[in-house]
Design a protein around this ligand. Structure first.
Ligand code: CTP
Ligand code: MG
Length: 227
């Protein structure tokens, strides 16, 4: 199943505290941004990448794309204030396709097999997300006192990629904008319209680089990585 992918990369990496966009940090000498882009560069089913960037990073990102020979960039667009705005900007610039993926640049360890399964499932169900079963016991609390232990067997930790029929993602973002609704991922915009969202079980090593200790995990995952 051919697809295009929006890669939001327009954040500022505040929680990483690196003093620059965390996507410029390197793993085994190569920037995180490039590790992520290379997965899609190597997947024949990917027909185009829409990269959303922060204006401050425009020059350095363009230089990296050239240096590492990234060829699949169909559009380079400025992101917005929130991740959701960045994705919507990317969507407006996307070339025609039936299926579209959204994948955070900050998750460099995504596997081709998961991508393929997501694209197939999105065509069938309209939307599909990568997720893993929650391992921890999760409790709700107020003022640092437990109010409830949540039944774990139905809980999933959600990742990207998330895959959609383009018409579904477009409707979801347009409606969210009208309603001033902000979600923490794209599938939540689809859910609220009552559409189906399928889960594809992914991998625990598809981590998002968010805080400094994630870099230690990332170094370890790099060593045993297979795309
Ligand atoms: N992102 C984006 N536009 C924004 C905010 C985030 O394109 N306005 C991107 C990030 O670059 C990242 C992905 O969305 O690839 C997931 O966001 P997150 O992990 O929160 O990254 P940052 O927003 O950069 O980090 P922080 O929240 O710590 O500042
Ligand atoms: Mg953020």
């Amino acid at each position: 199943m051919d697809y295009v992918v929006i890669i939001p990369a327009a954040g500022q990496g505040k929680r990483m505290g690196a003093g620059k966009n965390k996507l410029l940090l390197t793993l085994e000498g190569i920037p995180v941004l490039i590790h992520t882009l290379r997965v899609f560069e190597a997947d024949e089913a990917c027909t185009g990448v829409i990269l959303t960037i922060h204006p401050d990073d425009e020059q350095s990102f363009k230089e990296l794309l050239g240096r590492y020979g990234i060829t699949k960039i169909a559009a380079l667009v400025h992101g917005g204030r929130e991740r959701q705005d960045s994705v919507f900007n990317g969507l407006k610039a996307a070339p025609a396709s039936e299926v579209i993926l959204v994948h955070d640049a900050a998750r460099p360890f995504i596997k081709k097999n998961t991508i393929r399964m997501l694209a197939e499932a999105a065509l069938l169900d309209g939307a599909a997300i990568a997720a893993v079963p929650v391992k921890d016991t999760i409790k709700k609390a107020e003022n640092l006192h437990v109010t409830e232990t949540v039944e774990r067997s139905s809980l999933w930790a959600v990742q990207t990629p998330q895959a959609f029929r383009v018409s579904v993602l477009r409707e979801a973002h347009e409606q969210a904008e009208k309603d001033h609704f902000t979600g923490t991922d794209d599938s939540s915009l689809v859910e609220r319209l009552g559409h189906k969202v399928a889960i594809i079980e992914g991998d625990y090593d598809n981590i998002k680089l968010t805080t400094p200790e994630d870099l230690y995990f990332a170094e370890a995952i790099m060593k045993k990585r297979e795309i």
